[in-house]
Write a protein that binds this ligand. Structure first.
Ligand code: NAD
Ligand code: UD1
Length: 359
């Protein structure tokens, strides 16, 4: 538990979503108070109810949109926040290609409105959900935070644009403390099986697709390409357990606490964090076939698959250097690929239809 002097209230935008719900639990376990702000565009009240049950406490939840300045104003006026963890946004790459304005409006304009409100209420500590997608097709592996950035789709561009905005903001005023956490491939679910990833439609991403094949909702997995220059020809990614990822956010807040608080005597100097990008990954690559095999072993289910053409825009390999997170935040991923598969399977088999129906 944090010491009392570090106990702070956090605004969690998008806190009803996949990573947000897990982070709410981690915040509670670490002794932080929080308020969830979410428009429920891609989530449900049921997710909030389940988090409440898991932490044994009612959650302060406000249904609202980050693009709604008036609504945000009321929230900032009613609370004294130490900082904001900003998950709210849209995340489907294919949809972003079809509806770029919707993505820029939500992810970029929404973030600007939020930052303006933070500025007005003098809340200057910010943890942003960025993505490894900002690295595009990496020149070398593992990918560290200094690697060049480039994006090929509107979703990735929206994350990169927000990073540029945060960089400019940090230059404009050194009271801002802006951490961009670049997630690699978040998977898994809470060990209780009560919360997890709940895709709206047929999943685009690998782990939810595998788990829906395992539970019998989908017939077979298509593996997009088996001719990549990788260990077995299939794509390699840095899968990270969502519980580890959630803890990464707590360590980012703890870091901001340490850097920005005086020692109470009023004499200690506060350090400006500026713009600080940090990878959250395990540092290990796992191929699609290796993940399929691990999932099959843990779940005891066969995962039928076929090889198909490469998916447009995919890269061969992507995994993080996780050194900076370890050095600055004292954070490193602890859970294994088997843990990720076990917890995904637990969630999927207990909730074959996500939050809409419980068996
Ligand atoms: P999610 O869709 O489950 O959660 C996002 C939440 O934001 C949802 O509850 C949604 O209702 C809410 N939201 C969306 N637009 C909003 C708006 N305008 N106002 C208020 N609430 C809004 O997604 P997630 O997987 O939990 O991702 C969280 C964040 O992390 C997103 O910003 C995403 O881009 C980023 N990210 C996710 C991944 C991933 O693989 N899941 C990887 C890298 C980065
Ligand atoms: C995807 C997003 C990326 C985002 C990341 C976060 C795309 C194109 N990219 O990355 O912007 O930051 O999620 O988690 O959506 N695969 C299959 N069959 C499937 C699904 C996937 O073979 O049905 C393969 C892919 O080709 C890839 C690997 O599995 O090699 C991982 O795919 P996925 O889970 O979609 O993640 P990324 O493509 O890494």
């Amino acid at each position: 538990m944090l010491e009392n002097f570090m106990k702070n209230k956090i605004l969690v935008t998008g806190g009803a979503g996949y990573i947000g719900t897990h982070t709410c639990i981690a915040l509670h376990e670490a002794g932080y108070d929080f308020v969830v702000y979410d428009n429920l565009f891609n989530s449900s009240r049921e997710a909030i109810n389940r988090v409440s049950t898991l932490i044994g406490q009612t959650i302060e939840f406000i249904e609202g949109d980050i693009r709604d300045a008036e609504s945000l104003k009321q929230v900032f006026a009613a609370h004294h926040f130490f900082g904001v963890i900003h998950f709210a946004g849209l995340k489907a790459v294919g949809e972003s290609v079809a509806k770029p304005l919707m993505y820029y409006n939500n992810n970029v304009s929404g973030t600007i409105t939020l930052l303006e409100m933070m500025s007005e209420y003098d809340v200057k500590n910010f943890v942003f959900s960025s993505s490894a997608t900002v690295y595009g097709d990496p020149e070398s592996l593992p990918i560290n935070e200094e690697s060049p950035r480039s994006c090929t789709n509107p979703y990735g561009q929206s994350k990169l644009t927000v990073e540029h905005i945060l960089e400019d903001l940090a230059v404009s005023d050194d009271r801002w403390n802006l951490i961009a956490l670049r997630y690699f491939n978040p998977v898994g679910a809470h060990s209780s099986g009560q919360i997890g990833e709940d895709p709206n439609d047929i999943p685009n991403n690998l782990m939810p697709y595998i788990s829906q094949v395992a539970v019998g909702k989908l017939d077979k997995l298509s593996i997009f390409g088996n001719d990549y220059p990788t260990v077995d020809g299939t794509g390699v990614r840095d899968f990270i357990h969502v519980t580890d990822l959630a803890k990464g956010h707590v360590t980012a807040l703890n870091y901001l606490n340490k850097q920005t608080r005086s020692n109470g005597s009023g004499t200690a100097k506060k350090n400006s964090v500026g713009f600080l990008p940090i990878n959250l990954g395990t540092g290990k690559g796992t191929s699609v076939l290796e993940l399929v095999s691990a999932f099959s072993e843990v779940s005891g289910q066969a995962i039928p698959y076929q090889f198909t053409d490469r998916r447009a825009g995919d890269i061969a390999s992507c995994y993080a250097s996780a050194d900076k997170a370890k050095m600055l935040l004292g954070w490193q991923a602890e859970l294994s690929i088997a843990d990720m598969c076990r917890d995904t399977w637990h969630w999927q088999s207990m909730n074959p239809n996500g939050y809409t129906k419980v068996i």
